[in-house]
Ligand binder design. Sequence first.
Ligand code: PLP
Length: 296
Amino acid sequence: MRALLLYRLDLSGSASVDESIHPVDPRTPIVRATDLGVNRGDGVFETAVVRHGRPQALDSHLTRLARSAGLLELPAPRRELWRTAVRRAASAVSVPGVLHAGELASIKFVMTRGDEIDRGAPTGWVLGFAGTDPTAVRAAGTRVVVLDRGYRHDVMQTSPWLLQGAKTLAYAVNEAALREATRRGADDVIFVSGDGFVLEGPRSTLIARLDGELVTPPSEFGVLPGTTQADVFDGLADLSVRTAALAREDLDRADALWLCSSTRGAVPVRELDGGERTMDHALTTRMNALLDARED
Ligand code: PLP
C-alpha cells in the first residue's frame, strides 16, 4: 500500500462542504493519541476502488457508512460532504503519472467517535492509496480455510452490542484470522457461525454456486452487506441468484466459490481446507468485467 493523498474533514457541521475538506500531505499526523478511533477502534470506515476516475459503487458505500454509523450510534454522516470528498480524491488519484504499473487506486474514508478528552465532533478523513492490481489473484484463485467466528448466526438480534454486521475500525480480529490462514498454508478465510452457518470472509463476501444457483448468506446473520456481491448479482440478470442461509456442508457441496470485495472484485476459491476446488474462469471473467465497467 502506498499513500497518495489525504483530506482531513471538518465534521463539526457548521462549514460548507468545500470549506470542510482540507487537503494535507499524506504524511501529516491528523489524528491525536486521544482519538477514540485510535485507542478503541471506535469508528467506521469504507473502501471504494477507483476506476475511470470515479469511486465505484459510491452510493452503496455511503449507504453502508451510514448504516454502520447508526449501529455504533455515531452521528449520521453528512452524505454530500463524504460524496464530494471521495469523488474529489478519486479524480485526483486518476491524473496520469500518479499510479505505478501494477497499481490500482482506492479511497478509504474513515469516521471516528472523535477525541476522548475534547468530546466534540467526530474525526474524519479520506485517504487515497495505491494497492496491488488484482488481475493475478482473479486468475490464480485463492486458498481458503474455514474458521469459526464463535458467535451464533442470530448474534445481531440477540447481542447487537457486539456490532456484527457493522464495518467498524476494529479489524484486529479479522487480521488475526488472516494470520491463522497463513499458518495453515492458506491465503484467506471463510467464517462460519458457532452454530454452523456460513458467514463471510474477514474482508470479503462469499458467493457459492449450488444446484446451478448463486447464493450469498443474508446480512441478518451479522455479515456486511457486500457492495461488490450486490453488483455481481444485479449484473448477472440471466442467472439465478439468491440470498439464503448456507450450512458449513454446503461449502463442500458447492461446485464453485468466490470471495468478493471492492479492491479485488470476484476472486475464485481454488482450495478449501486443503482440498482442491474447481474454478469457473469464464464466469469469474464475466463477473469482473461487469464490476470493472461500473462508474460510480
Ligand atoms: N465483509 C467484510 C468483513 C469486509 O471487510 C468486506 C470488505 O470490505 C466485505 C465483506 C466486502 O464488502 P465490499 O464488497 O463492499 O468491499
